[in-house]
Every structure is written in structure tokens, then in C-alpha cells.
Design a protein around this ligand. Structure first.
Ligand code: NAP
Length: 427
């Protein structure tokens, strides 16, 4: 059989990993497929650069996306433009496309999936969620017999690294962010990671794949880790919880909850042991029950592993009559579900009330307890952490509207300086 000719767009961290893994695993990969993939050409901005795999470089994008000799395009430059135009052109020209670009898929994925279907080609993006962990394939194929109740994940390695360091060293957020940047685990501009935006792009894709709903990034509620303090981590730990940044997509009778947020998880749950830059995913299917996956959510070769798996799948399906679309549902069979607004969220809660020095702590506690009994509509425990100048309320499952009422009214109590809500997942 003729080799399958691949055009790479970009030659950064992940693209170099693709070249490296194809090279070192050539024998194993070839044994699995009928056509051997070869990197025919790579689009780069300049030819004056390292080229350890001696790839055929070009600065003319048309030599990839308009080249009849190229069968499959792998986009690895990231961001919206020019990646969007390049991918659209490649699909329209009848080439299958693989990308790791979560931002692009979360925001423009519906349109691109339709374009791929219209042109009878594949669009695959396994590497866009949780790097090397094949979660989309698991949802699309392995769990295809299930109705998925929920999928949750630690899906941003940078946030997980920072929270792990804060917890291990009892250090501040700012200090750990600086260290992550020095080690290359956080970008110079860390906004997408620490504000939860990167995780939200990934959860958008996960939710579509889990529930068969269109990609809808705007529907998500997004919170980052930048509001978490070392005191929150210490107190949570004393109460039996770790703080993790989770993406949560949950299907209930009322609709779908889609949120990325710092979350208290029991120290005994598998999530609490996913540390450093690792990712973890927890899925509940109505036939299979609970499943947990963890591993490298980023990195050159780990991410390349997911990209090459997409490549192999495309080769396998080339001649097939039917192959499952990327999200596992037929493009014209995605159906919207009601996305619940924040006041309708239902969760357990950790509520923290910081008070000023020299406050009458007994008086503040009593007022908070009385307010909580009137507003929360759920059992709760109230605790005083004098050394941290905080009153903590741990509340059983209730709707967020009640909790918001409590937090707003608590600010009127004399001596209360700051309130904070962190949701708890008890599993
Ligand atoms: N790194 C990971 O572990 C990881 C994991 C999962 C997903 N991803 C996704 O994979 C994609 C690539 O990430 P990466 O880490 O490999 O990024 P990277 O190391 O920054 O590489 C990006 C490459 O794209 C090139 N590039 C950027 N803009 C370009 C443009 N307008 N025209 C031509 N070339 C352009 C850069 O060229 P120069 O060399 O000239 O700057 C660089 O070679 C992103 O979508 C990212 O979100 C990455």
C-alpha cells in the first residue's frame, strides 16, 4: 500500500513529539495499520531553525493545505487564526484534519465538524482534552453503550501543579505560580490556566462527547484557582478534603450543569492523589458504573501519542462504510439540553467567612449560625478557626441560590470582611 502522506502545520513542542514518536515507534505503528504514515511536509514560519528529524520544511502554507499529495493535515500551531482558516481550507480540499487545539474546537468546533461531514473527511482532536489520556475515544467507543451521567476531570496540569505545591509546601498562590513559570509548567501569561479558561475549553469538548450536545463554550460557569489561599487548603485538609481544580459536566433531570472550579474532594478519593502536572478523569455511566483514568495531560510525546492514535484510527476507517464522528454522535444528531444557570446549581458547600481582628467571634458565629439556619435549607456544621480568623460552614447538598443569599447577608454582619464559596464533591 502507498504510504499515507501527512502535512504538519507548526513544529513546536507537540509537533516535534509527533515526529519523534513516529520515528521511534515506527515498527510497532506499522504493524497495526495497512498504510505507513510519513511526514511529507512541515509548515514553519522560518527555515532558519533546528530540524533534528530532517523534515521537509516549507514557509508556504499552500504546499500543505492545497497540496494534492497530502492526505492528512495535523494542525499544531494553536490559537484561533490562522489555524481556523488553515483547517477549513484543508477540510474543504478533502483532507482529514487532526488538531490538539482545544480553544479552536471549543469555539468553532460545530462549524468545523459540519464542514468535515460535508466533505466526507475526518476531523479528530483527541489530544485537545487531557493530552495523552484517550478520554474522547473512551466516551465515543468504549462507553458507547452508556448514557453518561457525569464526567469530571482535573484537566489543567498547570493549575494542578500549583495547587499541589501550595498543599505540599503550605505556600502562597503567587509564590507557586512564579515557581511553575520558572520550571516551564506555566506560561509567561498564565491567564488561560489560572483563570480556568483552558479547562473550560476542554470541558466544552468533554460535555459534547459525553451528552451529545453541541459545543457551547459560552454556557459554562468558569472559576480559576487564583482565589484559593493557603488557609483554604489548610482548613480543607483538616476537614478531610483536598482542593482540586475540576471540570464538571453533570446530567440531571433538571438539565446539565457545566462548570470549572476549585473543588473540595475527599482525601480518600482518587482525585486527591492526582498530583503535580498529571490529569485525572472520573466518568459515571448508567451501565458501566464508575471509571477513573489518570496520566499525563500534556508534554511533547504524551500529546503526540493521542495525535498518532487519531492518525491510526483514520487509516483504519479509510475504507469503512461507517466511522463514528469525533464526538461519538452523528453531526446532525447533536441535540441541545437545558444548561442550568448558576443559582440552580446543586452541591455541597464549603463557606468561609473571614473576620477582622478584635472581632467578637462568639457573636459573629451566632449571627452566622442563625442566618444559615434561615437560608441554607440543608443541614450544616459551623466551625471556628481562630488562628485563621475564619468561621467555616460545611453545608450538605442545597441549591446555590440559597448559599448566595447567605453570603450576601453575611457581609452585613459587623466584623465580617470577606466571604468565599468553594463547592464540595462527595462522590
Ligand atoms: N504542549 C502540550 O503539552 C500540549 C498538550 C495538549 C495540547 N496542546 C496544544 O497543541 C498545540 C501546539 O502546542 P505546542 O505546545 O506544541 O506549542 P508550541 O511549542 O508553542 O509550538 C507552536 C508552533 O507553532 C508555530 N506557530 C505559531 N503561530 C504560528 C503561525 N501563525 N504560523 C505558523 N506557525 C506558527 C510556532 O512557530 P515558531 O517556532 O516560529 O514560534 C511553533 O513552532 C496548541 O493548540 C496547544 O494548545 C499542547
Amino acid at each position: 500500500m502507498e504510504p499515507l502522506k501527512v502535512g504538519l502545520i507548526g513544529l513546536g513542542t507537540v509537533a516535534s513529539g509527533v515526529a519523534s514518536v513516529l520515528n521511534k515507534n515506527q515498527v510497532d505503528i506499522t504493524r497495526r495499520i495497512t498504510r505507513t504514515p510519513i511526514i511529507e511536509k512541515v509548515f514553519v514560519r522560518t527555515l532558519e531553525r533546528d530540524n533534528p528529524y530532517q523534515l521537509n520544511l516549507t514557509t508556504n502554507i499552500d504546499e500543505i493545505i492545497h497540496n494534492h499529495d497530502i492526505d492528512i493535515v495535523i494542525e499544531l500551531i494553536g490559537g484561533i487564526e490562522p489555524a481556523l482558516t488553515y483547517i477549513k481550507t484543508a477540510l474543504a480540499n478533502g483532507k482529514s484534519v487532526i488538531t490538539a487545539n482545544k480553544e479552536l474546537i471549543a469555539i468553532h468546533g460545530n462549524e468545523l465538524l459540519q464542514l468535515a461531514a460535508d466533505n466526507d473527511v475526518f476531523l479528530r482532536f483527541e489530544a485537545s482534552v487531557a493530552g495523552g489520556i484517550p478520554i474522547l475515544k473512551v466516551l465515543r467507543e468504549g462507553l458507547a453503550a452508556n448514557s453518561i451521567d457525569s464526567v469530571m476531570g482535573i484537566i489543567n496540569g498547570t493549575s494542578n501543579y500549583i495547587l499541589t505545591e501550595m498543599s505540599d509546601k503550605g505556600a502562597d498562590f503567587a509564590e507557586c505560580l512564579k515557581e511553575a513559570q520558572a520550571l516551564g509548567y506555566a506560561e509567561a501569561d498564565p491567564t488561560f490556566d489560572i483563570k480556568g479558561i483552558d479547562a473550560a475549553h476542554k470541558l466544552t469538548i468533554l460535555a459534547s462527547s459525553a451528552f451529545g450536545i453541541p459545543l457551547d463554550f459560552k454556557a459554562l460557569h468558569i472559576e480559576g484557582i487564583d482565589t484559593i489561599t493557603k488557609e483554604d487548603i489548610k482548613i480543607s485538609h483538616q476537614e478531610g478534603f483536598a482542593i482540586k481544580h475540576l471540570g464538571i459536566a453533570r446530567h440531571s433531570e433538571q438539565g446539565v450543569e457545566l462548570r470549572v472550579q476549585p473543588t473540595l474532594v475527599p482525601l480518600t478519593h482518587a482525585f486527591a492523589n492526582v498530583n503535580g502536572v498529571l490529569n485525572g478523569l472520573f466518568i459515571q455511566g448508567n451501565a458501566v458504573g464508575e471509571q477513573f483514568l489518570s496520566g499525563r495531560g500534556a508534554g511533547s510525546e504524551a500529546t503526540a501519542s493521542a495525535i498518532i492514535a487519531d492518525l491510526i484510527e483514520i487509516i483504519h476507517n479509510e475504507k469503512a462504510q461507517y466511522s463514528a464522528p469525533a464526538l461519538g454522535y452523528k453531526v446532525n444528531n447533536l441535540s441541545p439540553l437545558p444548561i442550568l444557570p448558576k443559582p440552580a446549581f446543586s452541591s455541597n458547600y464549603y463557606l468561609s467567612f473571614k473576620y477582622l481582628e478584635n472581632t467578637d467571634t462568639q457573636a459573629v458565629s451566632m449571627q452566622l449560625e442563625s442566618l444559615a439556619s434561615k437560608t441554607l435549607n440543608a443541614p450544616f456544621e459551623i466551625k471556628l478557626y481562630k488562628e485563621n480568623q475564619r468561621v467555616i460552614i460545611l453545608c450538605e447538598k442545597t441549591i446555590e441560590e440559597s448559599v448566595e443569599k447567605l453570603l450576601n447577608n453575611a457581609m452585613l454582619i459587623e466584623g465580617i470582611e470577606e466571604t468565599k464559596l468553594i463547592r464540595i464533591e462527595k462522590f
